[in-house]
Design a protein around this ligand. Sequence first.
Ligand SMILES: Cc1ncc(COP(=O)(O)O)c(C=O)c1O
Length: 478
Amino acid sequence: MPEPSQDRDSATRALLMDAARRAADYRDADAGRERPVIGYAEAVAAFDGELPARGEEPHAVLDALVRAAEPGLHSTTGPRFFGWVIGSSHPVGVAADWLTSAWGQNTANHVAAPAAAAAETVAARWLLELLRLPADASVGFVTGATMANFVGLAAARGEVLRRAGWDVAERGLFGAPPVRVVIGDEAHSTVFSALNYLGFGRESLVRVPTDAQGAIRPDAFAQALPRQGPLIVVTQAGQLNTGAFDPHDSLVPLAKARGAWVHVDGAFGLWARACPSRAALARGVELADSWATDGHKWLQTPFDCGYAIVRDGEAHRRAMTIAASYLPPVQGGERDPSHHVPELSRRARGFSTWALLRHFGRDGVAEMVERHCALARRLADRLAAEPGVAVLNDVVLNQLLVRFGADRDMAAGDAATLATIAAIQAEGTCFAGGAKWRGRWAMRVSIIGAATCAADIDRSAEAMIACWRSVASAAAQG
Ligand SMILES: Cc1ncc(COP(=O)(O)O)c(C=O)c1O
């Protein structure tokens, strides 16, 4: 039997307050946490059990969820998590995201969700201003950079084929004029996936060699550009391992002269444009046709949040618009969120984006990017001063590649690096993972958590060096 409405209201309130208290407890503890996390198999065991025949009381469910989940949660919201490139889900974004869930808006269109659609409209304008991209570009609020690349490249595919007299929406890809895609050898793996979803197999790609930092070499690029036919060029602002930028100010004009659509993957690096001291790295990026970036990296929104930005709004909408008789028409200049992304029903990502842009402001974002870049340099200097440790990349942004046993041969250096990474993860002061760079293992460090400060870096450097020393002395003894 349904509960009377007053009981239901107070039960809902008690449950949400309970969740809020547990979330706050977790975040308090996470700020200074130093313990390793259980692995996948143990985590499955923690959640496992028979499908319940009878439903359980809400607080008991929350309690069970927290007990099962917390041992397997990496400290990604804490100040010393340097794995992959993971923003820290800033409390303001989390609070806005709670409200987003509580409000339960389906952000398909402006009639079903006027406030959610409006928040996207304004947040989109602010994003373009902050990233110094064309004010009339259109923005799709997607799950992350993978989908942002997909959307930008879908618009690219449709437009270069349209210019070649082929309507891809009408005729599909079979029999279409071949489209070539020129892309750097060190592009992110998800860009290759996005291209694949769009029907571009490996044979349609022209991969361009890169320099020691993973940036496209302009000489190789000029040679690689096909002389005719529909063409898409994919560049990168912020290489995952090194933070390097392709030289857009020379590449983009060359590509445009050849009639190409230029798409930039700037999952985290695009945010350099919001920081006056780093903006020069991304010079020329604004000349491109589409851009992909994340909210859940440098803007610190909770997962999942990314932005697909397209200069030609019509090309964007041609690639993404979902039309049906039951969906409202856009008549008076309204913006329907679903016309810019692959999905119809979805979360209202504009709320947390709007809230964080409002909280940080232009100055706050610039300060954060600048601080993270300076901290990456600080960590690089500390580590490089230690015998046997080398920093493999030019630290231009927030990414660092560190090799332990750098004075040893390839196999011994790989073993020392992997052993040191494992020791650092087990010790727990901070977290960093491994990556292969140019055939050698390295520890990859990404400084991107909102709260990370100099004391966190110094403490982490000490822990990393202590781990390396113990690995080195164990190797010397054994
Ligand atoms: C350069 C680059 N592109 C794309 C991606 C994929 O982003 P997401 O995981 O948000 O889809 C990443 C993720 O780290 C990245 O660094």
